[in-house]
Design a binder for this molecule. Structure first.
Ligand code: ADP
Length: 497
């Protein structure tokens, strides 16, 4: 469940549940206390209204005694002069938070109160002033807040008197008190319970994925990427965990790539130092020979110098290749594309190559099957690097006494296709897919002395890719290799006027 939904539900629960439960508690405690009031004070029809309205309840408190007193007053008013009778009544009234006052001819005759009633006595209604039609009594609340019920009497000697039942309204009934207290406790309890349950529910939803996330973060902090953060669920934190897992996978891929890359670089450095060391050792040997006077004939001297020259050239080529490789790797090759006529361009190329190859005793044949005006957009210098790298490999990996190299240029629709075939030692099928990878050298070339740096063909591929072309090879071990690449033809777009 989404966190937002969870919180929305929690919001409604935290409002509705306490209200409902508090309502139930109110009904429950209310009913219980009302029954208790009815039983304790012998009153009927106690309602919630009565419970909340203290005047009503106060009035009901003494109602039965009041009725009884009125009955007595009708029979014989003089009983209210009998202090024993009055004390009995007063005792019963005390149970109901009330007491009795008798006034005779404006003078206090009897007081059931323990305290000072002077102020109250002054505020008591006069004889006949108690005009309430009902018997619910009246409230006097100036100095002393009290509830008064009055019966006016005329004694047998003709004197006037009034009997008052005074009920203090300050005192709250214990039942009402405990009702209020119970309600408060219940509400606090309900609030705490609801909040606790909701907290557990919300926390439970986010705790598990958070724990996993924490462990995962710790793992990454410790440099460990070999773990899986597996979290299901639709909430935001689970989504976060899934994003985290994706991040971990990417980090892992990059770190694996980096390790691979570092390994390749190390390998390259060791190859380069080996490849540079070999010609340098030779150069040193031949120079020492000259210095020691070993090259004592002009022919020997000429041979020594030629070898030194060739070795220096070999180093130069290797260093060039490396410089170019570092540029290609960081995309810093400055291409200068131009329209090139295919027939002219390849014709010139073959002419140059022919001389070099002839010197090595390799036969070069050339077939051009494209129309004379076919053009490509290419960087002439880089394409010639491509050709020279491929031909260089053909020469390098030639294992036959007589070498043949054939160059064919074909028209294949939107592209021109160049094929360079040799009769060298060929490439094993398992190596074929990898020869264009950086630093890849077949085992055979690795062990042989002609093995290069393994970057020649990766440079070739990069250049062809950057021209929007494609390169691939087919080969047969022991028989020879064919390198294919295509370049897109230049086509004039007709302009409609
Ligand atoms: P290198 O500098 O080692 O020649 P390349 O990237 O040019 O690197 O070639 C990669 C590998 O492909 C070589 O090491 C070699 O084993 C193999 N290879 C490339 N061209 C040929 C070819 N014409 N004949 C045989 N093997 C070849």
């Amino acid at each position: 469940m989404r966190l937002k939904t969870r919180l929305t539900i929690a919001f409604f629960i935290i409002i509705l549940v306490p209200v409902l439960m508090a309502g139930l508690a109110f009904v429950g405690f209310g009913n219980y206390q009302m029954r208790s009031i009815e039983e304790s004070y012998d009153i009927d029809e106690v309602t919630y209204e009565t419970l909340s309205n203290s005047l009503q309840i106060v009035s009901k408190f003494t109602q039965s005694i009041f009725e009884e007193m009125r009955g007595d007053a009708n029979g014989n008013a003089d009983v209210f002069l009998d202090t024993e009778y009055l004390a009995g009544l007063n005792d019963r009234l005390r149970e109901r938070y009330s007491y009795l006052i008798v006034r005779r001819e404006g003078v206090l005759y009897y007081s059931g109160s323990n305290g000072n009633i002077t102020k109250l006595f002054r505020e008591l209604p006069g004889y006949g002033d108690y005009t309430q039609a009902s018997d619910s009594g009246m409230y006097i609340g100036r100095d002393v807040k009290s509830f008064v019920k009055q019966i006016d009497l005329r004694f047998s000697d003709g004197s006037q008197g009034s009997v008052f039942i005074i009920t203090g309204v300050d005192a709250m009934m214990p039942q009402v008190k405990s009702f209020v207290r119970d309600m408060l406790v219940a509400i606090v309890f309900i609030l705490i319970l609801t909040a606790l349950l909701l907290m557990a529910w919300i926390y439970g939803g986010i705790n598990a994925p958070l724990k996993k996330l924490k462990a995962a973060t710790q793992n990454i902090k410790d440099g460990n990427l070999d773990f899986v953060l597996d979290v299901e669920g639709e909430d935001e934190i689970s989504e976060l965990c899934r994003d985290f897992e994706e991040m971990r996978q990417r980090l892992k891929e990059t770190s694996v790539q980096k390790v691979e890359y570092d390994k390749e670089n190390k390998e390259l450095i060791s190859n380069i130092s080996h490849d540079l060391k070999t010609p340098i050792t030779a150069v040193k040997g031949y120079v020492e020979g000259i210095m020691d006077g070993v090259a004592n004939t002009p022919e020997k001297m000429d041979k020594y110098i030629r070898t030194i020259y060739n070795k220096a050239n070999e180093m130069d080529r290797l260093i060039n290749e490396l410089t170019f490789y570092s540029k290609i790797d960081t995309n810093r090759i400055p291409y200068t594309f131009s329209k090139i006529n295919v027939i002219d361009y390849f014709g010139d190329c073959v002419e140059d190559l022919g001389v070099e190859l002839e010197a090595e005793g390799i036969e070069l044949s050339y077939f051009n099957y494209v129309d004379k005006d076919v053009q490509v957009i290419a960087d002439a210098e880089q394409i010639s690097r491509v050709i020279s790298n491929i031909i260089g490999n053909s020469v390098k990996y030639l294992d036959k006494p007589k070498g043949y190299i054939s160059i064919r240029v074909k028209d294949v629709g939107d592209f021109i296709q160049i094929e360079i075939e040799d009769n060298g030692k060929g490439i094993a099928a398992k190596d074929l897919p990898m020869i264009f990878d950086r630093f890849y050298r077949t085992d055979a070339s690795r062990n042989s002395s002609q093995g290069g740096s393994g970057i020649g063909l990766s440079i070739v591929k990069k250049i062809i890719d950057d021209h929007g072309g494609k390169i691939w090879a087919s080969s047969k071990l022991g028989a020879g290799t064919i390198m294919f690449f295509v370049l897109r033809k230049y086509q004039e777009v007709p302009v409609n006027e």
